[in-house]
Design a protein around this ligand. Structure first.
Ligand code: FAD
Length: 388
């Protein structure tokens, strides 16, 4: 996204991606109202809606003692009062194709960045291993590490993230749609019971399903075999009894390890970290992609003009961190409170309960009820492009 935004402004950008395509392990495909508004600013919201997609407006979490709706985006004042679900690979291809329309953009796939080029303490570019197994070098006024939670650039720069533990992991798999199927108002169903949380996302022709369980229990579940996974699912959500029959092999299931962390420093001379490289986001609320994109937008707003002239001061990189760090801290606190209280308790209790009636009543008050929706949709600070 940053590459696209900079290329649009005439900055020369080389994007290096270590995989040969974007069709890789799934880690979320939610496009929130904040991102849709940004895409709309550059005329890409409508074309994105042309791809097969589904929409979530307000999930319902099914507790044993009744349903609970944590937020409802339908009431928000925005052109896009929903979360758009699009496979991440399609979204990345779409953004890369748009970027490729600008002559100053270059994309190198199968480019595995392994070394920083440094001169007198300033990062001047990177060296990467290409598809030909040979070393290549790219020099740049600014190197951006947008290489995710296991960021190689962060490690090479000697920046250590401060980790906050998330008490859970997720098994991620698809279940088929059946003729006599679930009714999932709002596009997302959550069920809690027997120490597990089940999340079911409406993906049009199938149900994308996540089974959340306490961290460290994977080996135990795996040892019991795939039949145990089927049994757990049906115990938590009996309406999936028929659907789970299709789950017969561990190859159909991915284990997604949940983490959360924040780097004390997102930059050094010539280098900026954004997205999960700077702050690994837990999947709670499904906001990580959108926070990464907001980092990209703020970086483009603050740096494009200087990059065009070929020089960026470290104080400008510090400003990107200053503007983005506090919204990230706020949302990570909220995620951690939800993990420890609501989800943590649900994962350890055999008889989890809905949030107390007081909280449910407070969340119905007109001036408070949209707060969770606004936080999910936009985060604590709405980000827009300064020059569309
Ligand atoms: C289980 C789970 C579920 C999640 N669900 C959601 C969700 O539903 N919605 C949501 O918004 N967020 C979700 N997240 C969080 C989300 O995945 C991340 O916050 C988001 O992907 C961060 O984007 P990014 O661009 O910083 O990093 P990434 O999306 O990880 O992208 C990094 C890119 O860098 C490339 N790369 C890595 N190393 C190198 C290298 N050395 N050289 C070249 N390229 C390299 C990778 O191949 C990758 O393409 C989830 C996370 C987890 C763990």
């Amino acid at each position: 996204m940053l590459a696209l935004l900079l290329a649009r402004r005439g900055v020369s950008v080389t994007l290096l991606e270590m995989h040969k395509d974007f069709d890789r392990e799934f880690r979320g495909d939610t496009i929130h109202p904040s991102t849709l508004e940004i895409l709309d600013q550059i005329g890409l919201a409508e074309p994105l809606h042309q791809f097969p997609h589904s929409k979530i407006s307000g999930p319902t979490i099914q507790f044993p003692d009744g349903p609970f709706q944590p937020f409802d985006l339908k009431r928000l004042k925005t052109r896009f009062p929903y979360i758009l679900l699009i496979p991440q690979a399609r979204f990345l291809e779409f953004i890369a194709d748009e970027a490729a329309k600008y002559p100053s953009f270059r994309l190198a796939m199968h480019a595995n960045v392994r070394k920083l080029v440094e001169e007198n303490g300033v990062v001047r570019g990177v060296q990467f291993l290409g598809a030909d197994d040979a070393w290549h070098e790219v020099r740049a006024a600014l190197t951006v590490g947008a290489d995710g939670r296991f960021s190689q650039l962060r490690q090479l720069a000697g920046i250590q993230p401060v980790k906050t533990s998330a008490p859970m992991d997720v098994l991620w798999f698809r279940l088929p749609r059946l003729p006599e199927d679930l009714n999932v108002p709002g596009g997302l169903l959550g069920s809690i019971g027997r120490g597990y949380i089940l999340i079911v996302l409406d993906r049009g022709d199938y149900w994308q399903t996540g089974l959340v369980f306490p961290k460290g229990h994977y080996q135990e579940i795996h040892a019991q075999g795939i039949a145990a996974v089927r049994r757990i699912i049906v115990e938590v959500e009996p309406r999936l009894a028929k659907h789970v029959e299709s789950l017969t092999d561990w190859h159909q299931v991915s284990l997604l390890s949940v983490e959360s962390s924040l780097c004390p420093r997102w930059h050094k001379p010539g280098l900026l970290l954004i997205g999960d490289a700077a702050h690994v986001m837990s999947p709670v609320g499904g906001v990580g992609i959108n926070y990464a994109i907001q980092d990209a937008v703020v970086a483009a707003n603050l740096l494009a003009a200087s990059l065009k002239s070929g020089q960026v001061a470290e104080s400008q990189l510090a400003e990107v961190q200053r503007q983005r760090e506090w919204p990230v801290r706020v949302i990570q606190r909220v995620q951690s409170a939800m993990q420890d209280n609501l989800l943590g308790r649900a994962l350890t209790s055999q008889a989890p309960r809905r949030p107390a009636w007081v909280l449910r009543a407070v969340l119905r008050l007109p001036f408070l009820r949209d707060l969770p929706s606004r936080l999910v949709a936009f985060g604590p600070r709405r980000v827009h492009l300064s020059e569309p």
